[in-house]
Write a protein that binds this ligand. Sequence first.
Ligand code: IMP
Length: 429
Amino acid sequence: MSNVTVIGTQWGDEGKGKIVDWLASRADIVVRFQGGHNAGHTLVVGDQVYKLSLLPSGLVRGKIGVIGNGVVVDPKALMTEIDRVTAQGLVVTPETLWIAENAPLILPVHGALDRAREAARGEHKIGTTGRGIGPAYEDKVARRAIRICDLAEPETLNWKLDELLLHHNTLLAGLGAETFTKGQLKDFLTEITPRLLPFSCQVWDRLDEARRAGRRILFEGAQAVMLDVDHGTYPYVTSSNTVAAVAASGSGVSPSSVGFVLGIAKAYTTRVGEGPFPTELHDQTGRTLGERGHEFGTVTGRPRRCGWFDAVLIRRAVRVGGVSGIALTKLDVLDGLDEISICVGYELDGKKIETFPSAPGAQARVKPVYETMPGWKETTAGARSWAELPAQAIKYVRRIEELIEAPVTLLSTSPERDDTILMRDPFED
Ligand code: IMP
């Protein structure tokens, strides 16, 4: 019996929600370890539709949800989300939701700075979610973040707010944006403290106890490897590490607790926000994928850019992300296409290259080299066994496995939770 860590292998939105929900029903504890309310997924359970951004998915299944120290917490967004799911009948109490007391907070200054900087970047904008994620992580490493535990110490808060405001107001004023007063931030914190503090605890200690008691832990990654601040398409990335290794440091458990790493990959590729995307399709096929796959951002509602499966990028995500097996999602979106292409290499300035370059200019100039295979006419939607899949669809999956050098251990064939083909149970690995 193993723990399981789920990460995205592309640019996010791979359909993690459904897989995490399915795995959460078999776990005891579900832990978020990085990112913030820039993530978003929709869970459909019976006739209820839950939209989660910051809350771990396990809460929907009556499991303990944990927000680890690696997450940046917007307390207002969190409370709004708790109120929303409570109104839908979920029970969220300090017994069912544990939040790391050493997690940094996202304050109104962070969102304001995020948006002001994006506006100032012009054509080089990153396309952030505008929720203050980047500035909050910057404050964490710069050692000026307000952490949840600070809320219990008014004298600590007092001097930390001075330092924070000195930095942020200088930047905001320089960008021509509105500055903040200490009173504004104090009012904000005073309002949220009584609701937030009761959830805070030493998460690392409770998780260690849970591990000793043999409880199953599911680590729920947000975003994806190509948005990782080190390994992604920098600077068009998010501000956290998204690889599986961070499940340990972002929640305070040992690296050996990470367990089976399930990488989620869509059967094609999508991206929201700006940045390089070698296999992006600007033609009717791209639009067809977007329409059939309902490719609109959960958080911002932006249409997602769509393209062919990029096996080179996923092979890299498998290697740096420590992926043990892949959950391939949305295969049914490819049903009925005459031909399907897979990117198997790149060309850069007339030369063949086998890995994605790191410099932004080179990343933008890279041209994909495709292998094209016939599509299939039959539907794969709703298939629950290999026997129900058309031969050509099986060939496509097998070719992907060869190219990315990882097994497909789970195949999802529709948004429905049970329309899943399981090759190997990650918890039993
Ligand atoms: P930030 O995380 O808001 O700073 O945004 C940085 C980049 O990551 C932008 O391109 C966002 O669109 C992208 N991003 C952040 N979170 C997600 C996500 O959950 N899914 C997909 N893209 C995301």
